[in-house]
Design a protein around this ligand. Structure first.
Ligand SMILES: O=C1C[C@@](O)(C(=O)O)C[C@@H](O)[C@@H]1O
Length: 145
């Protein structure tokens, strides 16, 4: 059976490769998407990519994912540390949830050490740079295929 994965990137991740390159590196979100599409083809997974800067839009994309996705790979950006509402939406999603942070949030300011989304995530990648997205996709394949 076809396995479908939603990649959901939250606020400011559209600026990957441009903002704070010392923290987030030079790879853009388009690069990440291209790499993950190639890997997904190899692994036999179907992927959809979404990025939004709006909390409500993220929640609606998670609700919609309930109707078609087997897994969500999410980088909630700054909402990781603030959004009970995104946690609640993920709690209404039945499939596998993997959380990705490009930076190692535990090595940064104390307010980044806690992620509400981690209370739901089945696994968390942090500090592996943008490779974390591909690593999460590989993990998704091991869990789902
Ligand atoms: O926007 C981001 C990106 C981030 O989620 C990461 O990918 O390392 C870490 C968050 O603390 C930050 O607000």
């Amino acid at each position: 059976m076809e396995k479908r994965i939603l990649f959901l990137n939250g606020p400011n991740l559209n600026l990957l490769g441009e903002r704070q390159k010392d923290v987030y590196g030079e790879v853009t979100l388009d690069d990440v998407e291209q790499r993950c599409r190639v890997l997904a083809d190899d692994l036999g997974l179907t992927v959809r990519f979404e990025q939004t800067n709006y909390e409500g839009a993220m929640i609606e994309l998670i609700h919609e994912a309930r109707t078609y996705a087997h897994g969500i790979i999410i980088n909630p950006g700054g909402y990781s540390h603030t959004s009970v509402a995104i946690l609640d939406a993920l709690n209404a999603f039945i499939g596998t949830v993997l959380e990705v942070h490009v930076s190692n949030i535990h090595k940064r300011q104390a307010f980044r050490h806690k992620s509400f989304v981690s209370l739901r995530a089945d696994g968390v990648m942090a500090g592996f740079g943008t490779d974390g997205y591909e690593l999460a996709l590989r993990r998704m394949a091991s869990v789902l295929l």
